[in-house]
Ligand binder design. Structure first.
Ligand code: SF4
Length: 207
């Protein structure tokens, strides 16, 4: 795969991407990322407006009753697990990390409900530390393109970490996600409109 071409072609369309999850602090991004599991960003942003009015930071979220959190975040789905994790993460941040969201992978993944993907979102978008989150769009696109041949997010992350300069990891993940949402749909990819068509193994196989 010509990774430079891949990046450049997507960059020409989407440029420097901004994380679509509205937040004012690392903690708010952490909460929004948790809510975004199997939920669209637009819906998350509607719900976090209400949630952050009630609990804008880790201490106030830790003090909020789990039932109250669940009631507010219900529209995001999976609310029982999400409210438990959100309160648990807020408590851990207060008790073990002095009220501040940790800024490294090792500690981030100790928080309930935070895996490598979410931790990488935090690193790249809240702490300006290179991170490459692998979500379902990233996985699908890179496999269709023939750039990777695995569904294992950690393996994909490692391949990209080797192939792409670190300062591009965060934006590259955004670019793939934006393109997955706009063009390379899961069911019916719009290959005829795709700037990556000439690089894409899936598209070549169709011909
Ligand atoms: S050519 Fe088709 S399959 Fe390949 S990245 Fe573009 S939309 Fe996806």
């Amino acid at each position: 795969m010509d990774w430079q071409q891949l990046y450049d072609r997507l960059y020409a369309v989407y440029g420097d991407c901004v994380c679509p999850l509205v937040h004012d602090s690392p903690f708010q991004l952490l909460a929004a990322v948790m809510l975004s599991a199997q939920c669209k960003d637009e819906r998350v942003n509607q719900v976090t407006g209400k949630l952050f009015a009630a609990a804008p930071d880790a201490p106030s979220m830790a003090a909020l009753e789990e039932e109250k959190i669940a009631e507010i975040i219900k529209p995001c789905g999976l609310y029982a697990a999400k409210s438990k994790n959100l309160k648990g993460a807020a408590q851990m941040i207060v008790e073990r990390f002095n009220g501040q969201v940790p800024e490294n992978m090792e500690e981030l993944v100790q928080l309930p409900g935070i895996g490598r993907k979410s931790a990488n979102v935090l690193l790249g978008n809240a702490f300006d530390t290179p991170g490459f989150p692998v979500d379902t769009h990233v996985k699908r696109l890179l496999n269709r393109l023939g750039a990777v041949k695995t569904d294992d997010p950690e393996k994909i992350e490692k391949i990209v970490n080797r192939a792409v300069p670190a300062e591009r990891w965060t934006n590259f993940s955004h670019l793939l996600i934006f393109h997955g949402r706009a063009v390379c749909h899961a069911r019916t990819p719009l290959c005829g409109e795709c700037v990556l068509a000439g690089l894409c193994a899936f598209n070549k196989r169709k011909k």
